[in-house]
Ligand binder design. Structure first.
Ligand code: NAD
Ligand code: UDP
Length: 323
């Protein structure tokens, strides 16, 4: 069995690559390193079951050989990244999705889309169940991401209906763990890096907004089960334990033993006030539920970041390769 994974040098893509290889698959990774880093898959160098192609999937894409699965994980994914590159974000969700759907169709392969809880926007239904259509501002600063993923879901369903393509859609809720980019601007990385360097912890708004954080090992297990056992309708994969951002800041300070003060900053516009997955579908259809608590997952993530402080991986965004 052979799969193509776009975004394979990213946080989730690299863990997913490890899982597929561990399950006996051959993996061809495709990434332009705009936010990902080859270091994330450096441990696979020399592994005959893995190859990595540097390529922008929003442009014409050809991947040699036969594939049984195509998993489209490439995207700008953190609010800081997609606010910096709104057009690339829209393109990878639109053209990138069409290009990868085309590869799946040509190979009669299973197509798997990495979608997001952001399709629910600032939700008025809580917790978010898959049947909820969402509350997204189509012209706000986050719309480049939210609408690119909503479009990608629509394109996936169109290929499923018109070409009977075998498809899966996962709606991923906030996931964290080793191999996140230290400067991706997401809350977990910001708080951990700030705590470890003694910088102030930047709490946006009053810190009462909530998120439900899933440790990467749990998330990847849910994604792999969905790939092998799921159906074509969207499936939430995330941890339903919900925390305020102030609770998260307090926990990171406690686990790092940091003296960093908490400072408040303005709440970004359209920042969702609450987010919690309803995982009834994943529980019943996939027999999946997350096992790792936020406390344990954060402790593991802190131990990943601690030795990176002061290392070249902490280099600034401007020094990254941009495709
Ligand atoms: P990431 O930034 O670490 O990984 C994304 C990867 O895609 C990077 O390696 C990047 O270089 C690559 N990429 C971006 N545009 C590309 C292009 N045009 N061509 C080729 N490669 C390109 O982010 P992540 O957290 O690992 O996210 C992976 C996927 O999961 C994304 O589709 C994201 O939207 C989705 N997702 C993630 C989360 C989360 O909490 N981590 C939540 C919801 C959805
Ligand atoms: N946030 C924060 N401080 C930071 C970064 C983010 O308080 O330094 C908040 C942000 O306003 C949001 C939550 O943390 O309410 C999650 O933000 P993130 O960027 O991780 O992802 P989102 O879930 O908003 O896509």
């Amino acid at each position: 069995m052979r799969v193509l994974i776009t975004g394979a040098a990213g946080f989730l893509g690299s863990h997913l690559t490890d899982r597929f290889i561990a399950e006996g698959y051959e993996v061809v990774g495709l990434d332009n390193f705009i936010t990902g880093h080859p270091d994330n898959v450096a441990h696979l160098a020399g592994n005959r079951k893995f190859s990595l192609i540097q390529h922008d999937v929003s442009t014409f894409t050809y991947a040699p050989g036969k594939f049984d699965g195509v998993l489209h994980f490439a995207s700008l994914a953190s609010p800081v990244d997609y606010l910096n590159y709104p057009i690339k974000t829209l393109k990878v969700g639109a053209m990138g999705t069409f290009n990868t759907l085309g590869i799946a169709k040509a190979n009669k392969a299973r197509f798997f889309l990495a979608s997001t809880s952001e399709v629910y926007g600032d939700p008025s239904v809580h917790p978010q169940v898959e049947s909820y259509w969402g509350n997204v501002n189509p012209i706000g600063p986050r719309s480049c991401y939210d609408e690119s993923k909503r479009f990608a879901e629509a394109a996936t369903m169109a290929y499923h209906r018109e070409h009977q393509l075998d498809t899966r859609i996962v709606r991923i809720f906030n996931t964290y763990g080793p191999r996140m980019q230290p400067h991706d601007g997401r809350v977990v990385t910001n708080f951990i890096v700030q705590a470890l360097t003694g910088e102030p912890i930047t709490l946006y708004g009053d810190g009462t907004q909530t998120r439900s954080f899933c440790y990467v090992d749990d998330e990847i297990d849910g994604i792999f089960r969905l790939f092998t056992m799921g159906d074509s309708q969207p499936t939430n994969i995330g941890n339903p334990n919900e925390f305020t951002m102030r609770q998260l800041a307090d926990l990171v300070i406690e686990l790092t033993g940091s003296n960093s003060p908490i400072v408040t900053r303005p709440l970004p516009s359209d920042d969702p006030k609450q987010r919690q997955p309803d995982i009834t579908k994943a529980r019943t259809q996939l027999g999946w539920e997350p096992k790792i608590s936020l406390r344990d997952g954060l402790a593991r993530t802190i131990e990943y970041f601690r030795p990176l402080i002061g290392s070249p991986r902490m280099k600034s965004r401007a020094q990254r390769v941009v495709g």
